[in-house]
Structure formats: structure tokens, C-alpha cells
Ligand binder design. Structure first.
Ligand code: PBG
Length: 327
């Protein structure tokens, strides 16, 4: 290849002279259809409840969730990822498998409202529903029991598919979860339902605001199942397992602090790769912008562009509708 710069008059700045020129040569573009809006729906409320650590984000009522879904469609957003916040919790997270549980009724609502225009994704994890706040059920010693949890996930997969979800977001970080969910779906004839595997999910401090958003009961941490932020080679093992188990799409999470991981995952797989710009990333930008310390809109665009540049085809972001509108 003949390389630029092998002659004396080389001046990269020529391609930065005007907005039109910069737009022409931009290597990375955001498109509304690549954005996925995560949304919370809470049981038993009559008005949306703001999440204090995530200014602009609310726990929706069933009605306001429907309205948010319509707004997302109008803005051209690609998908919704739904999280349920139940009124009651127990040790096994019963409301996560109750066909009348809040997530399942919300999936039905939203699929009925916009299901032809928007991909409806649902979170497949027990942490919103367990009274101890872990992503799985516990054994007699209080440890997260991997294989007993898988049985609960299989049941969750069936009820969420039954409610009409198009994609199940397997986010619990149990070993074997993708394979179990795939077999559970196929076993009831739901070969049509896809799995978005949370393949690389770190035990991150950046999830703090999310735990407020879902009213998490967790004490302690998730370090026995989520990954150590120090590790990258381990992520490649998770990727190999999820692909072998039948993941249709894979995810890296969080986003901005893990762009190296994202770039490597994107380079090593041929399935769509998603990145999750998580609650703490959102909160940091909103907080600094509210103080006048950074330019909010430019910062949002820059973070999303960087995640895309690193290799994400899809991005989950709490700004999805707003950003899609502006594109
Ligand atoms: C677990 C789950 C979490 C997030 C998405 N799914 C939290 C956790 O692992 O504690 C975090 C998302 C965010 O911070 O925006 N079901």
C-alpha cells in the first residue's frame, strides 16, 4: 500500500478545513437504528418516579412506558430493553417467572403498542426480583448457586418469550446461561426468539445508579459471577463459550471504560456486538454538565461515537431517544 505522507507536502489538516469536509471524511457515524433504549417499569405506581442519580430517567408506569416506546419509535430508535421493578421480592425471585409479573405484563403492553416497529428486548436476570438482590438463587451457605439459577433462567426465558419479547438479554453471568436459555426456548418451539448475551460483564462500580433505579436489595457485591475489571483474556473465554452455546448477539458492559475489550470482542466475532453505556457513565456526564463543567451534548455525542468507533454495532444508552431525535 502506498501511504499518505510519503511526499513532502502532506498536510492532514486539509481534510479538517470546514464542517462539510469533516462530515465527508468522518469514519464513524451514529444512526438512530443502532441505539437501544433501556427502560424501567415499576409495579403499583400511578405516576412515573424519577431516579435521583439519573436525572431525566424515570421508573415508568405501564402507561408512561407505552408512551416512551412510541416516542422511541418516532425517533427511529432500534430497540427497547425492559427492566421490571416488582412490588414484592422473595428468595427465588418469583415475580420474575410469574406470567402476571410486572416485566411480563409490560412486555405484552409494549409489544401490542409498537412490537412491529421496534425490537423488544427483556432483561433475563433475577436481581430485580430477589430479596437478597443477587442475580441468582442462593445455596444453604448463602452462595449464588449457578445450576439452580439456570433452572430459574429457563423458566424466565419461557415466560418472557410467551409475553412476546423478541430478544432476551441474558445478563446474570451464570456459567452456561446462554445454552440453557436456548434449549428452554427451543423446547417450547420458540426458535424465533433471539438471545443477546451479556458476554463480557464486569463487576463495575458504574452500575451504582442502576441499582437505585431498580430498587436493588443487594448487600455486598457480585464478584463471584461478574468479571474482574483487570481481565481481558478471560473475556475471550466468555466469548467463546457464549458463541458455542448459541448467542445471537454479544455485549460488552460497561462501555467507555472498556473500549479495549469492545475492540477485541468486535474483532474476534462475526455476530453483532452491543455495548452498554451504563448508568454510572450517564450519571457522570449529567452531573458534570449540570455543574457547567462540560458541554453536555458534545460529551454525549463524543462518548457514543467512541463506543461505535471501538467496534460496537449496537449501543444501549439512556440517551437513545434524545440522541436519535437529534441525528
Ligand atoms: C443486572 C443488570 C445490571 C445492569 C443491567 N443489568 C446491574 C448489575 O449487574 O448490578 C446495570 C446497567 C446500568 O448500570 O445501567 N440485571
Amino acid at each position: 500500500m502506498t501511504r499518505y505522507g510519503e511526499f513532502p507536502g502532506a498536510r492532514p489538516r486539509r481534510l479538517r478545513t470546514t464542517p462539510a469536509m469533516r462530515r465527508l471524511v468522518a469514519e464513524t457515524r451514529l444512526h438512530p437504528a443502532d441505539l437501544i433504549l433501556p427502560a424501567f417499569v415499576r409495579e403499583g405506581i400511578s405516576r412515573p418516579v424519577p431516579v435521583p442519580s439519573m436525572p431525566g430517567v424515570v421508573q415508568h408506569t405501564r402507561d408512561t412506558l407505552r408512551a416512551a416506546a412510541v416516542e422511541a419509535v418516532e425517533a427511529g430508535v432500534g430497540a427497547l430493553m425492559l427492566y421490571g421493578v416488582p412490588e414484592t421480592k422473595d428468595a427465588v425471585g418469583s415475580s420474575g417467572t410469574d406470567p402476571d409479573g410486572i416485566l411480563q405484563v409490560a412486555i405484552r403492553d409494549v409489544v401490542k403498542e409498537v412490537g412491529d416497529d421496534l425490537v423488544i428486548m427483556s432483561d433475563l436476570c433475577l436481581d430485580e426480583y430477589t430479596d437478597h438482590g443477587h442475580c441468582g438463587v442462593l445455596d444453604a451457605q448463602g452462595r449464588v448457586d449457578n445450576d439452580a439459577t439456570l433452572e430459574r433462567y429457563a423458566e424466565m426465558a419461557r415466560v418472557q418469550a410467551d409475553a412476546g419479547a423478541h430478544v432476551l438479554g441474558a445478563s446474570g453471568m451464570m456459567d452456561g446461561q446462554v445454552g440453557v436459555v436456548r434449549r428452554a426456548l427451543d423446547g417450547v418451539g420458540r426458535q424465533d426468539v433471539s438471545i443477546l448475551a451479556y458476554t463480557v460483564k464486569y463487576a463495575s462500580a458504574f452500575y451504582g445508579p442502576f441499582r437505585e433505579a431498580v430498587g436493588s436489595s443487594l448487600k455486598g457485591d457480585r464478584k463471584t459471577y461478574q468479571q474482574d475489571p483487570a481481565n481481558l483474556r478471560e473475556s475471550m473465554r466468555e466469548l467463546a463459550l457464549d458463541l458455542a452455546e448459541g448467542a445471537d448477539m454479544v455485549m460488552v458492559k460497561p462501555g467507555l471504560p472498556y473500549l479495549d475489550v469492545l475492540a477485541k470482542v468486535a474483532a474476534e466475532t462475526d455476530v453483532p456486538v452491543a455495548a452498554y453505556q451504563v448508568s454510572g457513565e450517564y450519571a457522570m456526564v449529567e452531573a458534570a454538565a449540570a455543574n457547567g463543567w462540560i458541554d453536555r451534548d458534545r460529551t454525549i455525542a463524543e462518548t457514543l461515537t467512541s463506543i461505535r468507533r471501538a467496534g460496537a454495532h449496537l449501543i444501549l444508552t439512556y440517551w437513545a431517544t434524545e440522541v436519535a431525535r437529534g441525528l
